[in-house]
Write a protein that binds this ligand. Structure first.
Ligand SMILES: [Zn+2]
Length: 136
């Protein structure tokens, strides 16, 4: 595991039941509490401001509640993003196709779908990789 400033570069594995795990290198960015709160608020405000003009159309309450609900949902997703998976370089355990993914919230376990064979592998980080890197 190498640390460059705040990003972690981790040697991990891609596992798929019935196939030999393949190595993968992932870059993970720990997110601070300040970043999560700021982005959650921004997401909420943008979502609500985009849906607010719809309130002039009937049924008014549905648009209002829908905007608040979607805004809350998206803001919550931002708030719980303790780690962001920035990049991953590895191969599918089944077909050896190169896995590609865009920047996203790191989930546990994190799914890695294959564009070629459409099987969904799982990212296995070495035990304890993220401990001590959470930037509460
Ligand atoms: Zn595949």
């Amino acid at each position: 595991m190498r640390t460059t400033q705040t990003q972690l570069e981790v040697d991990a594995e891609v596992t798929l039941f019935g196939f030999t795990p393949t190595p993968i290198v992932v870059t993970i960015l720990p997110r601070s509490r300040r970043w999560r709160v700021t982005n959650a608020l921004a997401t909420f405000l943008v979502t609500v401001s985009l849906t607010a003009p719809l309130v002039i159309f009937p049924p008014h309450a549905v648009w209002l509640l829908g905007g608040l609900g979607v805004g809350t949902f998206l803001a919550h997703r931002r708030y719980i993003e303790r780690f962001t998976l920035m990049s991953a370089t590895g191969q599918c355990p089944k077909c050896e196709h190169t896995l590609s993914l865009s920047k996203m919230r790191l989930r546990s376990p994190h799914p890695l779908p294959c564009d070629l064979c459409h099987h969904e592998s799982v990212l296995s980080l070495p035990r304890g990789t993220l401990q001590g890197h959470a930037r509460d």
